[in-house]
Ligand binder design. Sequence first.
Ligand SMILES: [Zn+2]
Ligand SMILES: [Zn+2]
Length: 276
Amino acid sequence: MRMSDQPAYEVLALRYATTDLHRPRRENFFPGMDLHDGEMPLDYYVWAVRGEGRCLLVDTGFGEEAAQTRNRILLHHPADLLRQAGIDPETITDVILTHLHYDHAGNLDRFPKARFHLQESEMRFATGRHMCHSCLRAPFECRDVTEAVKIVFDGRMVFHDGDAEIFPGIEVFRMGGHSDGLQVVRVATARGKVLLASDAFHFNENRTRRAPFPIVYHVGEMLEGFIRCEELVGGDADLLIPGHDPDVRLRWPILSADLPDVVRLDLHPLKRTLKK
Ligand SMILES: [Zn+2]
Ligand SMILES: [Zn+2]
């Protein structure tokens, strides 16, 4: 039972894309931190938060063009998948961008009326001197960053500098690490406060083994971020939602039988997390 004055949102993870099933495990860990052979495919999600009279989106995914150039498998356009889940993209008032990488911040023009929430340090990172280096700019698309700048000039960007409460029960926390301004999102639900970790850790295994994903701006901040994410959920690993782990889709209940790519994170997982 929840106190009636506590907000409780429905939280959906929507898997819109995936990689080749044969992606090698070593591509998901810092060099030298995984010596096993084997395959470890990666899924791409956006997240929706609804309830308390509002509907928010966390990240906007990529579209057909990025899927082709980066050789990813687009299962659904994120906007179409939202519609299938009963959410009209036009009705989304607020979009939280966890960071500006291509798989999180494409399709921005599909939300022409929404306000966007971004860490100030992420915009500085994505438009500053570090983008002179190809290895740091590789996960960004100039097109997406340019769209984000247009949103600033359109008066629809809300910058956060560190931690902030966006609405009652919806908070952001700057983690950095993976990208300079990476933020995670904590949402109050009937089962507790769920943490959408985005790329603070791609897979649970990155966090549990303290073995960072190899796309990283500041390794120390990423490692500290694992600990901070755990603290933000009081150590309950079932409240931690990794950004790209196929396990998310398999562990949480589906929204409806005809939509197996959309799961309810505000409900308890179907089995307990084994590794804390
Ligand atoms: Zn990323
Ligand atoms: Zn990502």
